[in-house]
Design a protein around this ligand. Structure first.
Ligand code: HEM
Length: 160
């Protein structure tokens, strides 16, 4: 693995960084650009339908990048032999952040899917309840965690 990392370091770091850009940037664009625009729609049902549809597309785009981020992280952990260096704690912190971000992301997928089912049945209140936490807390949480992970990545890249 170390040899693979040494040979393909540029592409592995590139894939790691572009994955973070898509995951974190996608959520920032959705929460602070698309979402306020959807909120301008008059009908509550139409608003929810647009949000549920846009989130489906965002989650489909983001999912492969969450996996690429993990695979490249594992390659770098082994390639740099990070756990034996003085920066091991930064590696553990980033693993923890990725795990929380992914669990949060997975729960958001479940809540979005449930909201879509409610909307199909015409239960707007149920859909609204299902989506409330997503926009208010879950997406912002992942944005904050993602930014912290990017900062820790910058610390690692300037130290290793
Ligand atoms: C799964 C655990 C993770 C590990 C073990 C890990 C490990 C690393 C390492 C070793 C570097 C330095 C690469 C180098 O310059 O050679 C790095 C950089 C970076 N990481 Fe991670 N990472 C993890 C998760 C994440 C997450 C969740 C994000 C953001 C969502 C992220 C975003 C970045 C970015 C943007 C850089 C580049 C920083 C720079 O070059 O200034 N990483 N990561």
């Amino acid at each position: 693995m170390s040899e693979i990392f040494a040979e393909y370091k540029t592409i592995i770091v590139f894939l790691h960084v572009i994955s973070a850009v898509v995951w974190v940037g996608g959520m920032i664009a959705m929460r602070y650009a698309a979402h306020p625009s959807f909120m301008a729609l008059e009908s509550g049902e139409e608003r929810l339908k647009r949000i549920v549809h846009a989130l489906k597309r965002l989650f489909i785009i983001v999912f492969p990048f969450t996996m690429i981020l993990l695979v490249t992280a594992v390659i770098m952990l082994i390639g740099y032999d990070l756990k034996t260096t003085e920066y091991a704690s930064l590696g553990y912190a980033k693993e923890g952040i990725w795990s929380i971000m992914f669990i949060n992301f997975f729960v958001m997928i479940l809540r979005r899917n449930r909201a879509a089912v409610f909307l199909e049945k015409g239960d707007v209140a149920g859909a609204k309840f299902s989506m409330a936490l997503v926009g208010k807390y879950m997406i912002p949480l992942n944005i904050i965690l993602g930014i912290v992970a990017i900062f820790l990545g910058s610390m690692l890249s300037s130290s290793l």
